[in-house]
Design a binder for this molecule. Structure first.
Ligand SMILES: [Fe+2]
Ligand SMILES: [Mn+2]
Length: 415
């Protein structure tokens, strides 16, 4: 072999090796520094104000009544899918993670209470938050209202778009109101003339005024759109953030003006672009943490949501819905991320669908999986995001039997 050829072969080999190494590193969760997860020993009082025409706001006060300028902690949990009488396990894990993380506000990111027509699950959640005197906000996912819609419309295929949307609105309002029935709830129903149920904003204030706005937007359930002329006759796709919702969002931005975080259930299409970029070795640094094990289940219908969020000072978009993804990727100046979540009840669960190898790695602590909650420590200048993994927090003491059933033997529901 001639020397130039040898050099080329060596260079190519080194490059292949580098790519392979970076790919492997990309798949390993970065170590999340625990020093960022401050456990508060000091107690605060959280006040919620919803008066007049001003955007409702949350403010953190010290015990002496003075305003605290310490970080405001939002803790987010996606896709609880609570459904059965056996939801106690999931609720206990959530309870313990709340104790660990001490949120100032807890956010449920949709698919919270599914597969029932009563308020059994909502009652349980409300009881938990009231016991903890914890303010909470929530959005709905695609599954929250699905059971009720299917029950009313036994032959969904014959429904025209208008009838479907009327039924959908009715049941999403019903589900929303069910979880709203507590003085600790900061979610509110307004602007019901636009698409979705539960488009609202909340400001976080400290002594200097508003530091961040949180936008909660309903990404709906299933959509009529480009892929289908009549409901049921073509493949249904997930819903998306509609144009009228973006108009609403822009009006709110004009009012609130500060940087924001947007909470939605169904991820934006751009999550896929972000993920693809993050796979390229030299873009790897864009990924802040986490992994993607499934293609984002976004809508097939194009939406301007990302463009508008980017142009209107939204710095972080938080989604749920994809049970196997928990990545946070910087994409064009916006962090597109998934919240951690917990699914121990009726949901198709994350681990069951995973290759055996991942289960094995997980079992032996080599790989950390997605279950848990996401912490956002908010100050005027920055938002520190910390994924908190249930497994690492040792929240399963005394629950091993349920844990085993929920995780290692398949879904919890099927005994
Ligand atoms: Fe879900
Ligand atoms: Mn979902």
């Amino acid at each position: 072999m001639s020397i130039p050829l040898l050099v080329v072969v060596i260079v190519i080999s080194i490059l292949i090796l580098l790519f392979a190494l970076m790919f492997v590193f990309n798949k390993i969760n970065p170590k999340i520094s625990r020093k960022h997860l401050k456990f508060f020993t000091k107690k605060y009082i959280i006040e919620y104000h919803n008066e007049g025409n001003e955007t409702p706001y949350l403010i953190k006060k010290n015990l002496d009544g003075s305003i605290s300028d310490d970080e405001f902690r939002v803790v987010c949990c996606a896709d609880l899918h609570l459904a059965t009488e056996e939801c106690e396990f999931g609720l206990t894990v959530l309870d313990r993670l709340i104790d660990k993380t001490q949120p100032d506000l807890l956010v449920l990111l949709g698919d919270n209470a599914c597969d029932r027509d009563d308020t059994f699950i909502e009652d349980k959640l409300i009881k938990l938050f009231e016991k903890k005197k914890l303010h909470y906000a929530f959005i709905l996912g695609n599954h929250d209202s699905e059971y009720l819609i299917n029950k009313e419309t036994s032959n969904i295929k014959n429904l025209d778009k208008e009838t479907y949307e009327k039924i959908r609105k009715k049941y999403r309002i019903y589900k929303f109101e069910n979880l709203m029935r507590s003085k600790y709830c900061v979610s509110y129903l307004k602007d019901l003339n636009i698409s979705g149920v539960g488009n609202y904003s909340i400001n976080i204030k400290n002594s200097k005024g508003v530091i961040k706005t949180l936008y909660f937007m309903d990404s709906g359930d299933y959509a009529f759109g480009v892929k289908r002329k009549d409901f049921g006759t073509e493949k249904r796709c997930y819903d998306y953030i509609h144009e009228d919702q973006l108009e609403w969002y822009k009006n709110q931005v004009n009012k609130n003006k500060v940087d924001s975080i947007v909470f939605i259930h169904i991820p934006l299409k751009e999550y896929w672009n972000a993920y693809k970029l993050s796979l390229l070795p030299f873009y790897n640094f864009r990924k802040q943490f986490g992994n993607n094990y499934e293609k984002p289940c976004s809508s097939d219908i194009p939406s301007n949501a990302f463009k508008e969020f980017k142009e209107n000072h939204t710095k972080i978009v938080v989604a749920g819905h994809d049970h196997k993804n928990d990545s946070c990727i910087n994409y064009k100046g916006v962090k597109l991320m998934y919240s951690q979540g917990l699914q121990y009840d009726g949901a198709y669960n994350r681990r069951k669908k995973n290759p055996k190898l991942f289960r094995l790695l997980y079992k032996h602590g080599i790989k950390c999986y997605i279950e848990g909650v996401s912490v956002f420590d908010i100050t005027k200048d920055k938002v520190n995001i910390i994924p908190v993994y249930a497994e690492k927090e040792e929240v399963f003491d005394g629950l091993e039997r349920y844990y085993k059933r929920a995780w290692l033997e398949g879904t919890y529901k099927s005994k």
